[in-house]
Design a protein around this ligand. Structure first.
Ligand SMILES: C[S@@+](CC[C@H](N)C(=O)[O-])C[C@H]1O[C@@H](n2cnc3c(N)ncnc32)[C@H](O)[C@@H]1O
Length: 247
């Protein structure tokens, strides 16, 4: 899969993510899963770290920040102004420095969307396995959706948001029903169910060593319509599976 196959959000769409609403729970989970001496094995990397709010909060609560990497230059500039180490980089072909101890993927994997559902899986897998030949552990914070019809809701959201025709219809409906608005319309977003995130980690060569289930989010009208029975942000700490021998 070539990195250029990713469908990117526009600058305007990315600006909608310039907030720190989820940072508190991300830092709480990170501390709980990784422990106090998170930089023990090397630099903490915040891949898709946007404006650096996670890194800034880590610095304040743990005394050590993370290196912020993101494809969006405007976000990187904001992170730099916070006094953080931040660079433009691509999760699909990251420049490895060799000093990384733990690589964080906070709400970025679901944005690595390709031309088809299988290409999307391959892109998400590629971002994780880019670190597989290094010693770095991986921390993931992601949306977990469970459906009354297993696998269906997240697949359907991907189909609507990635199709220009279906997105136009959804955008029209969203003008009247605010809970149906999505700022990823026309580009795509690929959330997964718990079993499916684990399938992805496994495919990338990682095993889950720790997991923290997030709080249930309130189910909006849109989620009921989409047969979603549970929606939360979970965190996972991953280690690579043994290259040989027993997993
Ligand atoms: C939903 S925002 C998450 C920001 C932050 N990590 C958080 O949890 O609030 C997704 C971020 O991923 C970035 N992104 C998307 N594709 C990327 C890629 N291929 N490599 C690096 N960053 C990417 C976007 O620019 C955006 O800043």
């Amino acid at each position: 899969v070539s990195a250029s196959e990713q469908r990117f959000l526009s600058e305007e769409q990315i600006k909608a993510f310039h907030h720190d609403i989820f940072v508190q729970s991300q830092v709480r989970d990170f501390k709980e899963l990784v422990g106090e001496h998170a930089d023990r094995d090397g630099v903490i990397v915040d891949m898709g770290g946007g404006c650096g709010f996670f890194s800034d909060a880590l610095r304040q609560s743990m005394g050590v920040g993370a290196r912020v990497l993101d494809t969006d230059p405007a976000s990187v500039e904001i992170a730099r102004r916070l006094g953080l180490q931040a660079e433009v980089d691509d999760a699909l072909q990251p420049k490895r420095r060799g000093d990384e101890g733990i690589v964080c993927f906070n709400l970025i994997l679901h944005h690595l969307v390709g031309k088809s559902d299988s290409a999307t899986f391959a892109l998400q897998q590629k971002a994780l396995s880019a670190w597989h030949s290094s010693e770095a552990r991986v921390f993931v914070n992601e949306y977990v959706y469970e459906s009354y019809l297993p696998g269906w809701s997240t697949w359907f959201v991907y189909q609507v948001t990635s199709s220009s025709v279906l997105s136009a219809i959804a955008g029209f409906v969203g003008r009247f029903v605010p809970s149906l608005r999505a700022n990823t319309l026309g580009v795509g977003v690929r959330f997964r169910e718990e079993f499916d995130w684990r399938r992805l980690f496994e495919a990338a060569g990682y095993r889950v060593v720790r997991h923290r289930q997030g709080d249930e989010e309130t189910l909006s009208l849109a989620k009921y319509v989409l047969l979603v029975r549970s929606c939360r942000r979970d965190s996972y700490l991953l280690e690579r599976k043994a290259l040989t021998g027993n997993p």
